[in-house]
Ligand binder design. Structure first.
Ligand SMILES: [Zn+2]
Length: 191
């Protein structure tokens, strides 16, 4: 016979191991949230200044020396003191993406961030193409890409520039983010 306390422990353990991770990322939700942030902050032109936008949501942004050991960490957010820490060793466009990604968590996943900061607060340097399996991370990346490269601006520039490097410069993002956005729009061009 299993003791009640023992059973609870077993249930908790199996629960945490097999807990269904909210299955599929909700890209529509992420895109809508990014569009709302753009309109709420009266963004009228690119490149989008996410440092200022983060401040408008009560978030402090700090550049910090992460040292050798954490060189693969792009940044993280501390929900307690509402601060986003950026790896000062990263280029500006990477930092900008990190702010946008963490702001995405703050807006879309505040509950998860506060419950499991160790799981969601840290952003590692993972190429966008090899997306994290966690739908929460995919949503934050989708939010960030849509915030930094708004659909209407992308459409405006794509008529003139077909070069990914030029587009990346205009939006102050990596070519990877442009690639991600172009792929997303071609998939959703029916809308
Ligand atoms: Zn994240």
């Amino acid at each position: 016979m299993v003791e009640a306390s023992e059973k609870i422990t077993i249930d908790l353990q199996s629960g945490s191991n097999s807990a269904p991770v909210s299955s599929e990322p909700n890209y529509t939700k992420a895109v809508k949230a990014a569009q709302l942030v753009l309109s709420e902050n009266y963004v009228l032109a690119e490149p989008v200044n996410v440092r200022d936008i983060a401040k408008n949501y009560g978030l402090e942004v700090v550049d910090a020396d992460f040292g050798e050991k954490l060189s693969n960490v792009a940044g993280f957010i501390n929900p307690e003191n509402r601060t986003i820490y950026l790896n000062s060793g990263n280029p500006e466009n990477r930092k900008t993406f990190t702010i946008a990604h963490e702001l995405g968590h703050w807006i879309l996943h505040r509950d998860k961030l506060e419950k499991e900061p160790e799981k969601y607060a840290v952003l590692y340097r993972i190429p966008l193409g090899r997306l994290n399996q966690d739908p929460v991370e995919s949503e934050a990346n989708c939010f960030a890409a849509n915030l930094l490269v708004p659909k209407t601006y992308l459409e405006k520039h794509i008529e003139k520039y077909s070069d990914v490097d030029q587009l990346a410069n205009i939006f102050n993002v990596s070519t990877e983010v442009i690639g991600f956005r172009l792929k997303y729009e071609s998939r959703h061009s029916g809308n």
